[in-house]
Design a protein. Sequence first.
Length: 196
Amino acid sequence: MRIVKLGVSKREVEGRKVRHNGLIPGVAYRRDKNVKVQIPIKDFVKIAKKASSSQIFQLESEDPDLNNQLALIRDIQIDFVKKQPLHFDLFLVLENEKVELEVPLRFVGEPKGVKLEGGLLNILKHSVVVRCFPTNIPEYLEIAINDLGVGDTFHVEDLTLPEGIEAVDDPEEPLVTVVSSAEDSEVPPETGSSQT
């Protein structure tokens, strides 16, 4: 995955005062560190719109404790009335330590069970938890679903993972299935077309 640079500065005041200056407050942390930070809200919104949940960032800062640190965005608090971010958490990671995180799934193709057999595509999960080094984090994991017929299910153990990446979720956990259109599924089926 491409590493994206993210400019941050150390924060000396509380969040409300920071927001009045066009900045969004946050915290950068790991086990032995907790630093209050801030980012211009326009920069943060621009990056957050493009970045996936597994995006790795390299921090740029005048603070030596933050500069060149690798980080993941762990949480974003949103003001749903103003539709603006209120606060964010950055989880600092080390290049030589594995991390666990959710990686989005991308479903490619149209199942034969939908196209030829009149079934319905049922997507059960949109992400899986993996463990890997920060520089090996994939932007997404691709699942080819063309060969799924009615009654077929794709599980975590069926994933083809890049080298250096291991799945944390239960190997037998189902990710996507094709059900008969007459079947009363507990999970409401999604559209028969593929998700990309």
